[in-house]
Design a protein around this ligand. Structure first.
Ligand code: GDP
Ligand code: MN
Length: 379
């Protein structure tokens, strides 16, 4: 579950991390009032579950309350990565001397939380990771001890030669680790961590993603969910009991089982296509799930072709076939569909599909190639 910046910075603040004050508002007039209270020069920031807001025009400086109102009027209602901005955060503008990066992810290789720090923060950390990975310093955290003071300080010196700033950064790193554990974060990032001309070290942006498996035992965190800011398809999928993640490509994928879904996405990429989503209809074979899945996929205007890839084990492929027939009856398809089915009750499934006018394949490679071609061909 994604948190908004204003929620994430509140968590950081609770753990002692220096975060500038700020107010969340939903109207330009309220942004003006907030800017007046905050003392004039402010930054107005779109609150959406997307990174790169700055580049998308969702983070803007305003020198006066009137400007804050005008800027907020532009940002509220704009779309960033398919998400409409409903709220903005108004913060006092900070003078920036340097921008660094701090982040914690769960690292599969070391099977531990991994703290990453870089003096090359602010902009695309992904680009730094890809082009100059030596600029990112890492430390796997032993969950028994957390981040120890000397480990944090060593990383602090990777950011700042000055001991006072290095110490301040080290304290923030330890607080960030504690905060990430406390809320059950699968990702916790401060980018940028800035220094000011006076030598203060501050968190200017915060991003926290909560591990969904933590939500049941952390009701206060679960209550932070803002369904109105989530991709409508993801909300719909969650309510329908489907595991769905929207992606940017054009091949809509409907698959049973997370492993097969990932293998399918890999193969779509391998043949030059881009998946429009990850969608796992699960192991059971309930035609209604297929109906819901197809509704969600077809609602995405990026989708140029739909690929069903079903391996029938516990899942009965004839149930999936019935689901496809029912769903396409309810929601007529506007794009080509490629169906690959194999396993339990395969013959019956083929019969059902044929009767309804669909072709189906049993070979996964063939099906993926056809779907990529139907979506407009390889990149
Ligand atoms: P993101 O693009 O979604 O990561 O949003 P950020 O909150 O990180 O803002 C993007 C960039 O805007 C930062 O890297 C800063 O360079 C700039 N920025 C944000 N807040 C301030 C501020 O208070 N003062 C100044 N001078 N720049 C800011
Ligand atoms: Mn940022």
């Amino acid at each position: 579950m994604n948190l908004h910046e204003y929620q994430a910075r509140e968590i950081l603040r609770r753990h002692g991390i220096p975060v500038p004050e700020g107010e969340v508002v939903t109207t330009p007039a309220a942004a003006k009032a907030a800017a007046t209270r905050l003392g004039g020069s402010v930054v107005v920031k779109a609150q959406v579950h997307a990174g790169g807001r700055g580049k998308a025009g969702g983070v803007k400086l305003a020198k006066t309350p009137d400007e804050a109102e005008a800027v907020a009027a532009k940002i509220i209602g704009m779309t960033i990565k398919g998400l409409t901005v409903q709220k903005v955060l108004v913060v006092p503008a900070t003078d920036i001397a340097s921008e660094s990066y701090l982040g914690i992810i769960v690292d599969r290789e070391s099977q531990r939380p991994m703290l990453m720090v870089s003096a090359a923060g602010g902009i695309d950390i992904e680009e730094v990771a890809a082009k100059t990975p030596e600029k990112i310093h890492r430390r796997a955290i032993d969950p028994r001890y957390g981040l120890l003071a000397h480990q944090a300080l060593a990383l602090g010196f990777q950011l700042y030669p000055d001991v006072t700033k290095a110490r301040a950064a080290a304290a923030i790193m330890q607080q960030l680790v504690t905060a990430a554990y406390d809320v059950g974060a699968s990702l916790a990032e401060i980018n940028p961590l800035v220094t000011t001309p006076e030598g203060k070290v501050l968190a200017l942006d915060a991003k926290i993603v909560i591990d969904d498996n933590e939500l049941d035992r952390k009701p206060a965190i679960a209550a932070l969910r803002d369904a109105s800011a989530e991709a409508p398809a993801e909300v719909q999928a969650r309510e329908a009991g489907l595991t769905f993640i929207k992606l940017e490509g054009s091949v809509g994928c409907c698959v049973n089982g997370a492993g097969l879904a990932m293998a399918t996405m890999d193969l779509v990429k391998y043949y030059g296509g881009d998946p429009a989503n990850f969608l796992d209809i699960g192991g059971s074979s309930n035609p209604q799930k297929v109906v819901n899945a197809l509704k969600i996929i077809t609602a995405d205007s990026n989708v140029r072709a739909i690929l069903f890839n079903i391996f029938g084990g516990i899942t009965r492929t004839d149930d999936v076939a019935n689901g496809i027939v029912q769903a396409t009856g309810q929601v007529p398809l506007k794009v080509p569909i490629v169906i690959r089915l194999t396993g339990t009750n395969e013959q019956e499934a083929m019969r059902i599909l044929k009767k309804a006018g669909f072709d189906a394949l049993t070979d996964m490679d063939q099906a993926v190639q056809q779907a990529v071609a139907a979506a407009g061909g390889a990149r």
